[in-house]
Design a protein around this ligand. Structure first.
Ligand SMILES: *[C@@H]1O[C@H](CO)[C@@H](O)[C@H](O)[C@H]1NC(C)=O
Ligand SMILES: *[C@@H]1O[C@H](CO)[C@@H](O)[C@H](O)[C@H]1NC(C)=O
Ligand SMILES: *[C@@H]1O[C@H](CO)[C@@H](O)[C@H](O)[C@H]1NC(C)=O
Ligand SMILES: *[C@@H]1O[C@H](CO)[C@@H](O)[C@H](O)[C@H]1NC(C)=O
Ligand SMILES: *[C@@H]1O[C@H](CO)[C@@H](O)[C@H](O)[C@H]1NC(C)=O
Ligand SMILES: *[C@@H]1O[C@H](CO)[C@@H](O)[C@H](O)[C@H]1NC(C)=O
Ligand SMILES: *[C@@H]1O[C@H](CO)[C@@H](O)[C@H](O)[C@H]1NC(C)=O
Length: 474
């Protein structure tokens, strides 16, 4: 009975849905091929700078062993053919290099008993091939990579040893040739596996908390194992923002979404409503969504100024109580702005409060009243070439008197004034900017091109090609 209960519990826990991911990224086969091309070019350029580690060993010949060391080796030439790469469903990716040739020069030393010798050498390897599978997985919520399969071969090795006065050395060279060829054969995969292990420990050391700025960070842990299909690699990222100083879960749930994989673009990205709303919530928690408005911020030419006399038109009792004082307004989001994506349309609700103060000469602030403003906007956004463009309109705006230290007053005229300011100054200015477009950000040096952004139900989707981070990568 107890066993049955435990078994049932196990089944039910393994069947509970994994956490929703708010951010999904897909690398297509086209993307993989392009990135491989960039990496090959980059590697080809960097090879001249690589210093190879010294190779030490010993070879047994008739009366004892010859100890040798090959050192100060550098790559003189390398023809690096472009590897063929492909995703392998459920595992990761396969990588094959064939026909690589490489020329190395260096110094050699040998010791055979008390006889020491040394000189320089040239070594050319022809038709090196490497056949390997990289396995991708999830470990402690981050991407992990390993090399379960690796085989390598070298078709021929040519070696020329120079220097070395001792007669003992010459007969040894032929023997040595065989030895070093098999050493090289073994070293290729060893070296490759070591590089992947270095990459893996780099990944392991990365934090899942990606610092965005001084206000918020994003949790980038993976919610599922990487999804590998023949057509691409999908990563589901938690993608939730938290305030650096006051991290807490938002009061709204995450939403599930399915991103369609676009094979005609290098990368597809999806960001859910929850992604955007958790960012808004985190910024609000961090106290980033507030601004103190002073009269200096209003253009001199404006007919409207922040002072108690001017506010007399809207609040008659104000200038009577506090005549001719400048005012300040603390405007802040009383709740986090809430976004929703409804096929082609972005809706956003904004709850804000405005606290008004009269400023006395000794910079003492006298609280006057607080207005609560509920507003909703709808907008469209799209990408045109390299620019994010869009249009925003106000759907509704209501003002209520939240608190007052100067007695009640009707807020209708204030609401009308605010609507007028929004519709004749703020939105036209914002829309003019959105019409001209905002530049798309570069991500770690990668530019975006041929980008298409669509607003889907519950999420934003971006399909894009990438441009190489620096000239030498293209
Ligand atoms: C080596 O590194 C330098 C500087 O980092 C770079 O300019 C150069 O292109 C690299 N490659 C070769 C083959 O020297
Ligand atoms: C290694 O080779 C470079 C030039 O190829 C030379 O300048 C340097 O002195 C050598 N180092 C040793 C330890 O022999
Ligand atoms: C990130 O999210 C994962 C999964 O929900 C959680 O285990 C981890 O503690 C979070 N890390 C941070 C730094 O928020
Ligand atoms: C208040 O604003 C009005 C209109 O701009 C201006 O004429 C007046 O001088 C201002 N008063 C103070 C005290 O700043
Ligand atoms: C905005 O508010 C309206 C009514 O107040 C509501 O119907 C709508 O669902 C809200 N939208 C969002 C994104 O919360
Ligand atoms: C999305 O917008 C359409 C038309 O504007 C409306 O009929 C539909 O109810 C909206 N859906 C949601 C989930 O808000
Ligand atoms: C604006 O919002 C108020 C309350 O939030 C609501 O009563 C009113 O119907 C809304 N107006 C429009 C046009 O949606």
């Amino acid at each position: 009975m107890k066993m049955l209960l435990v078994a049932l519990l196990l089944i039910s826990t393994t069947q509970t849905h994994a956490e929703d991911s708010a951010l999904q990224a897909v690398l297509s086969q086209k993307g993989l091929q392009t990135v491989t091309h960039w990496l090959t070019d980059w590697l080809q350029n960097e090879l001249g700078n690589i210093t190879l580690p010294a190779v030490k060993g010993s070879v047994f010949i008739i009366f004892g062993s010859v100890e040798y060391v090959l050192y100060n080796m550098s790559i003189q030439r390398c023809d690096l053919p472009e590897p063929s790469v492909a995703f392998s469903e459920g595992t990761g990716m396969s990588l094959q290099v064939s026909g690589l040739s490489i020329a190395i020069t260096g110094l050699w030393n040998t010791r055979y008993g008390i006889i020491k010798d040394g000189g320089w050498f040239e070594l050319v390897m022809f038709t090196v091939s490497l056949n390997t599978v990289l396995q991708l997985g999830r470990e402690d919520g981050r991407l992990s990579i390993s090399t379960p399969v690796c085989s390598a071969d070298v078709e021929s090795v040519q070696m020329n040893f120079h220097g070395g006065g001792s007669p003992i050395f010459q007969p040894f060279v032929k023997f040595f040739h065989k030895h070093i060829t098999s050493e090289i054969r073994a070293k290729i995969c060893q070296t490759f596996v070591k590089e992947i292990e270095a990459l893996e420990s780099h990944l392991a050391a990365m934090s899942v908390a990606l610092k965005v700025d001084s206000y918020v960070y994003m949790n980038i842990s993976l919610t599922d194992s990487p999804l590998v299909k023949d057509s691409g690699l999908g990563l589901n990222v938690k993608g939730e923002f938290y305030s650096n100083n006051f991290p807490s879960e938002p009061p709204f749930p995450s939403n599930h979404f399915e991103l369609s994989w676009r094979e005609d673009y290098m990368v597809s990205l999806g960001a859910s409503e929850f992604f955007v709303n958790s960012a808004a919530y985190a910024y609000q928690r961090a106290g980033a969504l507030k601004i103190r408005i002073t009269d200096d911020m209003i253009p001199k030419a404006s007919p409207f100024h922040l002072n108690t006399s001017q506010f007399g038109q809207l609040i008659p009792q104000l200038p009577k109580k506090y005549p001719d004082l400048p005012m300040q307004i603390l405007l802040y989001a009383s709740d986090a702005p809430l976004f929703s994506f409804n096929k082609t349309v972005i809706n956003v609700n904004v709850s804000a409060s405005a606290k008004a103060y009269a400023m006395k000469a000794n910079s003492v602030a006298i609280p006057l009243f607080r207005l609560d403003v509920e507003s909703s906007f709808s907008g469209k956004a799209y990408i045109d070439k390299y620019l994010l463009k869009g249009v925003l309109q106000m759907k509704n705006l209501t003002v209520t008197l939240g608190a007052t230290e100067i007695g009640c007053f009707p807020v209708g005229p204030i609401e009308q004034a605010l609507k007028l300011i929004m519709s004749s100054f703020v939105l036209p200015k914002l829309n003019a900017q959105l019409k001209d477009g905002l530049p798309l950000p570069r991500v770690k040096g990668f530019g975006l091109r041929n980008s298409v952004m669509t607003i889907e139900n519950g999420f934003l989707a971006l399909a894009t090609d990438l441009s190489a981070p620096y000239g030498s990568w293209q």
